[in-house]
Design a protein around this ligand. Sequence first.
Ligand SMILES: *Cc1c(COP(=O)(O)O)cnc(C)c1O
Length: 369
Amino acid sequence: MKVRFVDLAAQYRETEKEISRLNDALIQRSDYILGQDVRYFEESFASYIGCRYAIGVNSGTDALFLGLLSLGVGRGDEVIVPAYTYIASAFAVTYTGARPVFADIDEATFNIDPQTIERVITKRTKAIMPVHLYGQAADMDPIRKIARKHGLRIIEDTAQAHGAQYRGRKAGSIGDIGAFSFYPTKNLGAFGDAGLIATNSKQLYQKLKKLRDYGRISKYVHGSIGFNSRLDSVQAVFLNAKLRHLDVWNQKRIGVAEMYDKYLGDIPGIRLPRVAGYGKHVYHIYAIRVKNRDKVLEGLISAGISAAVHYPVPLHLQPVYRHLGYRRGDFPVAERVCRDVLCLPIHPHITKKQIIYVAQTLKRLVKHV
Ligand SMILES: *Cc1c(COP(=O)(O)O)cnc(C)c1O
């Protein structure tokens, strides 16, 4: 049996009619750049996550980068980033000229451990970037408390957590800035690269509108350096059509996770993902931990199951960041997780048969490798 990691074609089949209708209308109007579909998506997404403003941009990485710039982060500054996340979280800091400073993660949630943040704050620290990894919110209350105490800003990397909740609030609406990616495989995905920045601050909103569009004051008058980082109307069409399905699709992911929990729960040698009591996990990724991870992964792949490792190398040990001077052992939890994490296929259209097949194959592999 083949089990895919994601199934984008199945998402398309569910939204095809709506996409065709909106796409035809877009082509007739031809407002391809910052047209009415973009405005409509920004309003809908802002209201979905409960934020006043949203600015569509061309990727999640740019959402983080421009978000940091809008907060005034630049050369000489430091931004605290978890040691365990996708590289883009730290790259966005590096692009601004600032330095990413890593902190360890919490073993239960894979998210930045608030207790490790305060230790790495210096005079140069400007912001904290919690990443809501795998679809589960980071523990925001203690992070906000630390930020308040030290006068730091918060930018939430929400690329993996569209619709996730923290104490009743949506991830990405809690800090100064929420940065979203709509890379096709995310819980809400475009048909190419796309991203969005959310904020409740009118001042940041106005800065960000200029940053994504050449620092424009009017058509050919430019008051500051800006970039070409606009969300395409054609991406907004797909996002408008899919946003209506997001809650149902997230609910299906939760259902899949519950089945995995049930079928894998009594297998010795498998540690299941944990849901913190403070919120709603939307399972962008279902991550278990196993011994002999690489062997188990190999076995799954040869059985036709597209499992994956997100992520095998923590950021402080990435070759690109060698100059920052970190060493093995600096962030023991992140390093442990990199060694034994294993991500199973999870998406809204996976079938019960497939889930059972994954569970049975895993059970056999964990016993024998
Ligand atoms: C996907 C992702 C990004 C980058 O988003 P892009 O749209 O691919 O630029 C950033 N951070 C995390 C945690 C991600 O998963």
